[in-house]
Design a protein around this ligand. Structure first.
Ligand code: SAM
Length: 133
């Protein structure tokens, strides 16, 4: 949540939003931004690998820059957690570093094939994604 790009979650007509990060600082920042805008949102310091522990279910989940930090093994846990918090028919909006991104600085690159392999049983790719800038 560091850069607040999840602000789409905080806009109307979304009735409520939850945001998580395992660091306290981004959560503090997000709380401040939400308060400034008078928006209803719940922000939690929590590990995204523990999503199954969340008692709520959601229509949509936005992952902005998280998926690409995980190892192959953690990816599986993460995707299982996403499945557990999304309502049936829910949508995941996933923004991650593409393998079309040149250079080797920054996060791990993720290919379309990797995404398709990570989201198999029960998941459907409903949209396309931009391959490069
Ligand atoms: C690349 S930044 C993306 C920040 C923001 N979402 C954005 O789009 O600008 C990755 C964020 O994921 C958080 N993060 C990394 N691993 C995490 C985990 N296992 N659980 C929750 N947050 C995690 C980091 O603390 C960091 O704020």
């Amino acid at each position: 949540m560091r850069h607040g790009r999840e602000r789409i979650v905080l806009r109307q007509p979304w009735p409520k939003g939850h945001g998580i990060d395992f660091l306290a600082e981004p959560i503090t920042l997000a709380k401040q931004k939400a308060a400034e805008r008078g928006l209803m949102a719940t922000f939690l310091v929590m590990d995204a690998l523990a999503l199954k522990e969340l008692p709520e279910n959601f229509d949509s989940v936005i992952d902005s820059g998280l998926f690409h930090v995980f190892s192959d093994e953690d990816r599986q846990h993460y995707v299982q957690g996403l499945w557990s918090v999304l309502k049936p028919g829910g949508r995941l909006f996933l923004l991650c570093f593409s393998d079309a991104e040149p250079g080797d600085q920054g996060p791990r690159r993720v290919s379309r094939k990797e995404i398709e392999e990570a989201f198999t049983d029960g998941w459907a790719v409903a949209s396309r994604w931009r391959e490069s800038r």
